[in-house]
Ligand binder design. Structure first.
Ligand code: ADE
Length: 246
């Protein structure tokens, strides 16, 4: 899978993603990352890429020309038109489901905004998806692009060394993950739950499932309405809410 990022801060993207698991995936060729400096497409001798807003007001607006030339250059050798993601607090919220959907693409282009915004005409022309990482405003689109690339990359086959670990984690079946423990068996007087030391796989699995259900019920109850639940799960949740009433 190939990621392309159109940005005014390519080094921020490269430095952020060329480390840890995404860095290894890039080094192994499981994903590729190209961060392109929009400023390289400025036609101005001072390399300007922004100007005052028509109609007045504070701040500067990124001009459409350099972004368009950057986009044309990036996409000229692609077989089909790629999805182009504009990172904006006005977008649809990026969730695990969106990450899943995007992980199936071969090429993904991100456009990171700055200043007060980007000229609307270029957004209308090239952007296919407006995506937000949450209801707060950041200084630019680079961190959101990095967040999305990280979440999408780890779903690309071969990126996680343990293939199964993307499957059994938070948001699998729409539930939060169960708690994990490692050595020592006792830490500051707290013991690892006995069932995990029992070697009884069915009991361990049931315990983990119930912890997932309990955590989700306590911390993110709104997730339960879309979770994949069987009869046993429902009975367990019912017992949780009955115990609470007592
Ligand atoms: N740009 C600024 N804030 C943002 C957010 N919350 N999500 C995506 N892009 C942004």
């Amino acid at each position: 899978m190939n990621f392309y990022v159109m940005t005014l801060f390519p080094e921020m993207i490269q430095n952020g993603l060329n480390t840890s698991i995404t860095g290894r995936a890039i080094a192994q060729g499981k994903i590729s990352l190209k961060a392109v400096d929009i400023r390289d497409y400025s036609t101005d001798k001072y390399r300007h890429v922004d100007d005052y807003p028509y109609g007045g007001g504070a701040g500067m607006v990124m001009q459409p020309g350099p972004i368009f030339d950057c986009y044309m250059d990036l996409t000229k050798d692609m077989g089909k038109k790629p999805r182009v993601i504009y990172t904006t607090p006005q977008g649809r919220v990026f969730t695990q489901d969106v990450a899943q959907e995007l992980s199936k693409e071969e090429d993904l282009v991100f456009l990171c905004g700055h200043y007060e915004g980007v000229d609307e005409r270029i957004l209308e022309e090239i952007v296919t998806d407006n995506l937000s990482i949450g209801d707060y405003v950041l200084t630019g689109g680079e961190l959101p692009a990095m967040v999305m690339i990280d979440a999408i990359s780890r779903l690309v086959p071969g990126v996680l060394s343990n293939e199964s670990s993307a499957q059994f984690e938070s948001f699998q079946d729409g539930l939060l993950e169960y708690p994990q423990y490692t050595r020592p068996e006792e830490f500051h007087g707290k013991k690892v739950p006995q069932v995990l030391l029992s070697g009884h796989h069915a009991n361990i699995e049931r315990w983990r499932r119930e912890k997932s259900l309990e955590r989700t019920w306590q911390r993110r109850p709104e997730l339960l309405k879309d979770a994949v639940l069987d009869k046993k799960d429902m009975a367990f949740l019912k017992s949780l809410s009955e115990n609470q009433k007592e």
